[in-house]
Design a protein around this ligand. Structure first.
Ligand code: SF4
Ligand code: SF4
Length: 348
């Protein structure tokens, strides 16, 4: 069945309910990355999201979509804080993506703090507005891990036509205020992390859950295999009804992950002891589950263990975590579990 389309807020773009998130194509060979993006196009996906910060992703997407540029919507984003850096990033993104315009250009991972810098004279916000006036970006948006921040700026009437936020059946906060506010203000909503950044067991259930929310315009799961594209398109093209067994699997995941689900936003950083907190909290149930024990993961696990043992117990991380996770309690528990898995060479 064909993918259905939804209107992306005031941009007026009719985007497929499922778009393509460009993070995972960095992890595979260029030839495989191009095959994945081409498969997305072949199966009708019309919305492609990437970022200047995703290493090779823009370039690979550009190669895959060059011949069909006028038939797809391409969105990218920049971490730039100043006007000059944004203009430089834009030039690189256009070159990588083999195009002379973007359908959507977004300020990437904005926080309450960085928002002040972005709005200051010489900041990236004014430049973004100019880029839109010049027609190089047809529309502009903002991405953030903070639903509270996004709700505030949308309600205040910011110039952004879209927002992007993480939302899934464990991280439910956006469904309470943010998405209804966006609907009211006619701001388009792009949903990242529908699979909890890889922590969930059932991708189909996770996709259906997000798309059942009519305030979510488009979700952009990351896919690195052609088979994943085929499976996800089949799910989104079919009925979005959640069956009893799926509801039960959501409850099981909530019970297993709910009070310790780390969204990998890294707001808890910097840690004075140099502990990569999200790595420790997430590796067992996401990276390890998905990729198994790679050489790199084994090395990193061994390197991180002494850092966790040297935690200063300062609590600074917990004051910054938007999910109020008990980080100091979780760190040693998660580290021990990971080391045990490493010793047994087991995978959850
Ligand atoms: S409590 Fe530990 S993990 Fe948290 S910021 Fe302090 S040193 Fe880092
Ligand atoms: S511990 Fe909290 S702040 Fe840190 S990455 Fe996870 S969810 Fe974000």
């Amino acid at each position: 069945m064909a993918l259905k389309r939804r209107r992306l807020g005031k941009t007026g773009l009719m985007v497929t309910e499922m778009g393509f998130g460009g993070i995972p194509i960095q992890r595979v060979s260029e030839a495989d990355a191009i095959k994945v993006v081409e498969k997305c196009y072949e199966l009708g996906i019309n919305y492609y999201d990437t970022a200047r910060g995703y290493t090779t992703s823009e370039e690979r997407m550009g190669k895959a979509l060059e011949g069909v540029r006028d038939k797809v919507y391409i969105a990218t984003k920049s971490h730039a804080k100043t006007a000059k850096d944004l203009r430089d990033n834009l030039a690189t993104s256009l070159k990588n993506l083999r195009t002379d315009y973007l359908d959507l250009y977004q300020l990437h991972n904005v926080t309450e703090d960085s928002w002040k810098t972005l709005q200051a004279p010489g900041g990236a916000l004014d430049e973004l507005l100019k880029i839109k006036e010049e027609g190089i970006a047809r529309h502009i948006g903002v991405t953030s891990h903070s639903p509270t921040f996004l709700t505030r700026i949308v309600a205040e009437g910011s110039p952004f036509e879209t927002i992007m936020v993480g939302y899934n059946y464990i991280a439910l906060e956006p469904s309470r205020d943010l998405l209804p506010t966006c609907k009211k203000m006619d701001v388009g909503t792009v949903i990242m992390k529908p699979f909890g950044g890889g922590a969930f067991t059932n991708a189909a259930t996770a996709l259906k859950f997000v798309l059942a929310d009519k305030n979510a315009d488009c979700t952009i799961p990351g896919m690195q295999l052609v088979s994943e594209v085929e499976e996800n398109v089949a799910v989104c093209g079919g009925s979005l009804k959640l069956f009893e067994a799926e509801l039960a699997s959501i409850e099981a995941d909530r019970a297993a992950l709910g009070k310790e689900f780390c969204a990998a936003c890294d707001y808890c950083q910097p840690c004075p002891a140099g502990i990569p907190i999200s790595f420790v909290l997430r590796t067992e149930m996401s990276t390890l589950r998905r990729m198994g024990w790679t050489e790199g993961l084994m090395k990193q696990t061994k390197e991180v263990a002494p850092k966790v043992a040297a935690c200063l117990d300062c609590g600074a991380c917990e004051t910054r975590c938007p999910y109020q996770l008990p980080i100091r309690q979780l760190l040693p528990e998660k580290m021990d579990a990971l080391l045990k898995r490493l010793e047994e060479h087991s995978i959850p």
